[in-house]
Each structure stands twice: as structure tokens, then as C-alpha cells.
Write a new protein. Structure first.
Length: 131
């Protein structure tokens, strides 16, 4: 993987690990994240608010990055054999509640901005919203 441009906080220094391949990359604010082919999320760059401190024990489908927080869509946790997927987990600054992801629903997309985040709930079979 190659990241390029402004690199004051090492946000362009993508880790290169022998034998591991990335399947997706995400950039935002002063940090970057990528998902390995085994579902592990790796983040690097500026971490003054915990925005690169990925919670362990999850597999990830996607991530969304803002300046001071990161949100990700999980495939599930190891404790549940990765069958509890579709949860949103956020880490970093949550001064405005932007990293306080709602629990109890299943999601298919996530987005993040500096002071808020968004998630799209998994539709029911007939296309209506869950919940």
C-alpha cells in the first residue's frame, strides 16, 4: 500500500508487514486506517485522542475517519465466533457524542465527520428500516 502527501503525523507511513495484505484503506484528518485480508483493522498517524487505538478482538468490514475519532463496522467479535456482525464501534474523541455509537441494531455502512457520525441500518427483507 502507498499513502502520499502531507505526513506531519506519519499518516502517510502505511505499515508494511510481510505476508499480510490490505483489502481496504481509509484516510481522514491526520490518521489513516486499513483492513488486512484477515479482517484486522490497523490505524496509524496522529493519536492524541485515541483515534488510532483500535479495540482488539474484532473483524472489520469498513471504517470512517474524522479528525479526532474513528468509527468502524465490525464483522463481529471473536467471543461470538464473528456472528454478531454489523455493530458500529467508534474510538477517539466524543465531545459531541460523535463516537457514542448506538447499540442493539445491525448496520451496513458507517460515516464520520468532525462533530458527528452516521450509520445506515441493515434493512429488513422487505426493504424497510429495522427498529
Amino acid at each position: 500500500m502507498l499513502c502520499f502527501g502531507h505526513n506531519t503525523h506519519s499518516q502517510s507511513d502505511a505499515p508494511q508487514t510481510a505476508g499480510r495484505n490490505y483489502t481496504a484503506v481509509f484516510a481522514g484528518g491526520h490518521h489513516s486506517c486499513a483492513i488486512y485480508d484477515d479482517g484486522e483493522l490497523d490505524c496509524w498517524g496522529r493519536n492524541f485522542a485515541g483515534q488510532t487505538a483500535v479495540p482488539p478482538g474484532h473483524k472489520w468490514a469498513e471504517a470512517a475517519l474524522a479528525s479526532h475519532h474513528t468509527c468502524g463496522l465490525t464483522l463481529g467479535s471473536a467471543d461470538a465466533n464473528y456472528t454478531d456482525g454489523g455493530a458500529i464501534l467508534c474510538f477517539g474523541n466524543s465531545f459531541y457524542g460523535q463516537a457514542d455509537a448506538p447499540a442493539g441494531a445491525s448496520y451496513v455502512r458507517v460515516g464520520a465527520a468532525d462533530r458527528f457520525s452516521c450509520a445506515m441500518e441493515k434493512p429488513t427483507y422487505d426493504g424497510t428500516r429495522l427498529g
